[in-house]
Write a protein that binds this ligand. Structure first.
Ligand code: ADP
Length: 161
């Protein structure tokens, strides 16, 4: 079976992530969305909340699963016997960091894990979870960035609307 992992923070999941997930899920037999729980990082949503939010958002896709991980991505990939990591690219600013990460992961895995990049859909090129959090924190409209269910959860966190 051809499977891949799509790792990220998803704090929260946006239309940009959803687009990449749908496209990757149409290429691979199975896609695991791997939600990072970096213990030294402060997230708006707990890892369990992020996992649940993604499961609810993508409940109509039957060849995906959502899991959490901490530590090194490459250790998680090895434990799952996964050989492909999916990453989304929005702009040149993503590129340098992503290139370095993919080369590091290739080195750490002795070349057994490949990173595949999917370009952002132009509609979502500007979109990041941090933008969503910032706009929402000031009570702005995030309906063009996330699903209505996710928007509700984000506003609840900021005790707005
Ligand atoms: P962010 O917090 O920057 O939105 P995440 O860690 O949640 O990032 O993102 C996981 C992956 O999804 C990364 O590879 C990131 O580049 C990609 N991604 C995030 N937003 C978009 C978007 N709008 N279009 C394409 N890829 C995206």
């Amino acid at each position: 079976m051809n499977s891949a992992i799509y790792p990220g923070s998803y704090d929260p999941i946006t239309f940009g992530h959803i687009d990449i997930i749908k496209r990757a899920a149409s290429i691979f037999d199975h896609l695991t969305i791997a939600v990072l729980n970096n213990k030294s990082k402060h997230y708006l949503f707990s890892v369990d909340e992020r996992v649940k939010m993604i499961e609810n958002t993508l409940k109509d896709l039957d060849n995906i699963s959502v899991e959490s991980y901490d530590g090194l991505l490459i250790d998680y990939a090895k434990a799952k016997n996964a050989h492909v990591i999916i990453r989304g690219l929005r702009a040149v600013t993503d590129f340098e960091y992503e290139l370095q990460m993919s080369q590091t992961n290739a080195k750490l895995s002795d070349g057994s894990v490949e990173t595949i990049f999917l370009n952002t859909d132009l509609r979502y090129a500007y979109l990041s979870s941090s933008t969503v959090r910032e706009v929402a924190s000031f009570g702005g409209d995030i309906s063009k960035f996330v699903t209505p269910d996710v928007a509700k959860l984000v506003y609840e966190k900021y005790k707005l609307k």
